[in-house]
Design a protein around this ligand. Structure first.
Ligand SMILES: Nc1nc2c(c(=O)[nH]1)N[C@H]1C(S)=C(S)[C@@H](COP(=O)(O)O)O[C@H]1N2
Ligand SMILES: [Mo]
Length: 172
């Protein structure tokens, strides 16, 4: 606790003195679920078990350059759809479903969008996972939570490391 207080004080002093904040890699393992939902909450390693975790095998993370960046022999996570179902999307006019999106943001600003229709009306919805274990152990270097879309042809771009929030929004 003391250690956290010291780090916090040092960072605060840095902002006050230099006017710049350091972007720290997320090691807190907190994913805020927010936006147009009835029950905003925070996903942590402590409550993921309530979201029906699934384990799957063999996924290559391939960059748009064609290079294979990582090979996952197995991964464990929870479906984005399950998270959204428990958050309860607020959609008073179903005809506006096509305007709804889900923004997945990381601590470094990296962002990926899903259309509501892709998650609920397309097989893609069964392949988007917030994962917290790779190859049988916790994720360490890429933050605590990573989002993947395992049926993407090129899996790198929608592989979001250091996930910090999941936000439901709607176009005007
Ligand atoms: N937060 C975050 N996630 C990211 C990126 C990034 O810059 N920031 N780069 C993406 C790109 S371009 C690729 S190819 C993959 C690479 O995954 P790896 O670094 O785990 O090999 O992560 C993706 N996820
Ligand atoms: Mo990439």
């Amino acid at each position: 606790m003391m250690y956290i207080k010291i780090i916090f004080t040092v960072l605060l002093l840095q902002v006050v003195i230099t006017g710049h904040a350091t972007i720290l890699p997320d090691t807190t393992g907190q994913v805020a679920v927010k936006g147009l939902i009835r029950h905003p909450f925070v996903c942590t390693l402590g409550n993921v078990a309530a979201f029906r975790p699934e384990t799957r095998n063999n996924l290559d993370i391939v960059c748009s350059s064609g290079e294979t960046k990582k090979v996952l022999r197995s991964f464990t996570g929870i479906r984005l759809k399950t998270i959204l179902d428990s958050a309860g999307i607020i959609m008073p006019k179903p005809k506006e479903r096509g305007k709804y999106y889900i923004a997945i943001r990381a601590t470094d600003g990296y962002t990926v969008l899903y259309a509501w229709n892709d998650i609920y009306n397309n097989p893609t919805g069964d392949h988007v996972f917030l994962i917290y274990e790779e190859n049988g152990g916790p994720i360490l270097e890429d933050g605590r939570f990573v989002m993947i879309c395992s049926n993407d042809k090129v899996t790198g771009p929608r592989h979001v490391k250091w996930v910090s929030s999941i936000e439901v929004g709607k176009l005007p």
